[in-house]
Design a protein around this ligand. Structure first.
Ligand code: PRP
Ligand code: URA
Ligand code: MG
Length: 210
């Protein structure tokens, strides 16, 4: 991918996102819509994956048919909310290897606190897609990608549902080589570091916590 930021303005994505933003949406509805959107965003972020051909026999004749090249991609969920995107993407790419980066954002300092890290081997040979619904200050995604690079990843893309301009700028500064795919670029962050208009705390809305 060449653009640093891609906003997927597909009507189905935008319609589903509007329903997710609504304050009254239940956790089950929120999770279902996130799963559905994740597959549409994954479709976009996996464009331009490397391809090769495989010799096969159709019922009529042999052909050199397109297949994905190289090692299986690595899908990395930034816990917890990343899991809401990961499940749907795994349905689309069932052979993906899966990793987890456990981070939460300290509510006062807005700095990420790490509590878990487990990723597939040979990250340096894989396309790595890191997923987290929210890109707010960018502190969490920058930290997660720092860790992935330290573990060897060198071909990383970041998939999120909502991004704030502040977070996009922070990612561009820290990781200009990591393209971002999102469903929407919102207006700004509020004084608490929440994306506005946004949808609130994605993890809490998915899991029914406060
Ligand atoms: O760009 P930032 O300012 O770092 O904010 C974004 C982060 O905040 C949320 O996670 P949270 O800390 O609420 O953890 P959770 O997924 O466990 O709810 C979100 O899922 C991102 O990881
Ligand atoms: O608006 C925001 C900002 C950070 N994390 C969220 O879940 N929502
Ligand atoms: Mg949260």
């Amino acid at each position: 991918m060449t653009d640093h930021l891609t906003v997927v303005d597909h009507p189905l994505v935008q319609h589903k996102l509007t329903h997710m933003r609504e304050a009254g949406a239940s956790s089950s509805k929120f999770r279902r819509l996130l799963r559905e959107i994740s597959q549409l965003l994954a479709y976009e972020i996996t464009r331009e994956m490397e391809m090769t051909t495989k010799r096969i026999d159709t019922p009529l004749q042999p052909m050199d048919a397109p297949v994905l090249a190289g090692k299986k991609l690595a899908l990395i969920s930034i816990l917890r909310a990343g899991n809401g995107l990961m499940d749907g993407i795994l349905e689309l790419i069932p052979s993906a290897r899966v990793g987890f980066v456990g981070l939460y954002r300290d509510e006062e300092t807005l700095q990420p606190v790490q509590y878990y890290f487990k990723v597939p081997d040979s990250l340096e040979d894989r396309l790595v897609i890191a997923v987290d619904p929210m890109l707010a200050t960018g502190n969490s995604s920058v930290a997660a990608i720092d860790l992935l690079k330290k573990a060897g990843a060198n071909n990383i893309r970041f998939l999120c549902l909502l991004a704030a301009p502040e977070g996009v700028a922070r990612m561009k500064e820290a990781h200009p080589d990591v393209p971002i795919v999102t469903a929407a670029l919102d207006e700004r962050l509020n004084e608490m570091g929440y994306i506005v208009p946004g949808l609130g705390d994605a993890g809490d809305r998915m899991f029914g916590t406060k």
